[in-house]
Design a protein around this ligand. Sequence first.
Ligand SMILES: Cc1cc2nc3c(=O)[nH]c(=O)nc-3n(C[C@H](O)[C@H](O)[C@H](O)COP(=O)(O)OP(=O)(O)OC[C@H]3O[C@@H](n4cnc5c(N)ncnc54)[C@H](O)[C@@H]3O)c2cc1C
Length: 476
Amino acid sequence: MPAALVCFRDDLRLSDNPALSDALNEGMDIVPLFTWYAAEQCGEAPTGAARWWLHNALEDLDEALRERGSHMAFMKGPALDCILRAAKKSKARDVYWNRRDSPALARLDDKLEEQLREAGLRVHTSESANLHSAEALLHKGRHYRVFRPYYEAARKTSVRKSCSNAPNKLNASPFAGDGPVDTLGLSTHLNWTAGIRKTWAATRAGMELLLNELPLVVRDYDLWRDIPYRRATSRLSPYLRFGQISACELLQRVHSQCEQCPGMDAFVRQLYWREFARHILHYNPALPEKAMDERFDNICWREDPELLARWQEGRTGFPIVDAGMRQLWQTGWMHNRVRMIAGSFLVKDLLMDWRKGAAWFMNTLVDADTANNSYGWQWVAGCGADAAPYFRVFNPVTQSRKFDPDGHYIRRFVPELANMPNKWIHAPWEAPLQELREAEVELGKDYPLPMLDHSKARERALAAYKSAKTENNLHV
Ligand SMILES: Cc1cc2nc3c(=O)[nH]c(=O)nc-3n(C[C@H](O)[C@H](O)[C@H](O)COP(=O)(O)OP(=O)(O)OC[C@H]3O[C@@H](n4cnc5c(N)ncnc54)[C@H](O)[C@@H]3O)c2cc1C
């Protein structure tokens, strides 16, 4: 049978993988291939925790291929060189891949496709990352900027059908590649993954455990998803990020396993937020660098590495913010509600550039994803599509009292405050000295004093945002 290269990228799975099933349906012997060249990732190469994830997900995919009689060929170097070399060695004339939807990577792929065609190869590409193509959801020829009408239109549009189960058996691949996954050098530089390793298995088995819990999660999703100490969200984000499960397959599983669950609509809606962020990035390639509402690129952000480090390390003196930042550092993940609170604290309270927060998240999150992260940060900063209005400034104490009323989440990640009574744990600086003594907390020694006064910081942020808006109006 003729051989065909199947290039895996952000789609590290064997089921619902259109590139793989197209090649198999054409009767090809497939040569699974993963090439890696950080310089060729347009600044979107996974770093830090996500790179650790990628390494492990690749190892697991190789194992899945081996269980079926094949293996992954890993190659390090520019994609064009690797693919040409792999095609020559395996006598393949056809190359299959699923299109990536980040605009920068899609452009790179278009160029690669052209070069491969010029070199005499046939390139076959498919859509796989999203529920819908971005082009399928336009309103009067323009993309949606507001979620609600987008969502209403999307729910009426048919979703790409999840295409196939994983093949049971594959013919042996004729091409070994350059060596095992370690050849790529993905995980060697990490020195802080102990907690991440304890929390996550970046494998099919790890994902199946979470998928088995899905009906329970979805049942009460609407009720508990904002409560960070509960395991009330799916935690599937890193598996979605690396395409270990497709959004279509997940949606199908939700529909079939959770149909009677009261929280199903709320959960499905979140999958559409992911989709919305991807479509926004598709039409706004500068999303990671430029505010969609350009007026807010005039803000005079503060530059202070020491303050930034206190936020990054969870030493702000605001327990809910510190708990979130420590959860991130220790586990490579942070609950969505706390991402909003900690993000708002950096941008509004500390008046620091949202891009600094986005960069830290990209390095520390296992689910680091250009679309969701840039969209999330612009939402928090009030400068994105359908963002929180700029004058909405999260009060970290009010948020903490509302979403972690008994302080369980804080106690877990800020153990210095474990003995603080519920009444004072959200704002320990307000506690009477006697309460602090009984909880064995000396502020400034065991736990930091708050690094700022929230109401003053709020006023400063509002003034800065207002002036950026006015300044811009003057320029027009
Ligand atoms: C500042 C900020 C940065 C963020 N950065 C990322 C990121 O880098 N990668 C990432 O995957 N998500 C990001 N999010 C979105 C969200 O926080 C995570 O997707 C969610 O917490 C993942 O947990 P889960 O899988 O348990 O989600 P669930 O609640 O179980 O939701 C299921 C899936 O829906 C999607 N989803 C849920 N909430 C959102 C949302 N608000 N926006 C977009 N998609 C959503 C995710 O793919 C998620 O896995 C960010 C949010 C904020 C506010």
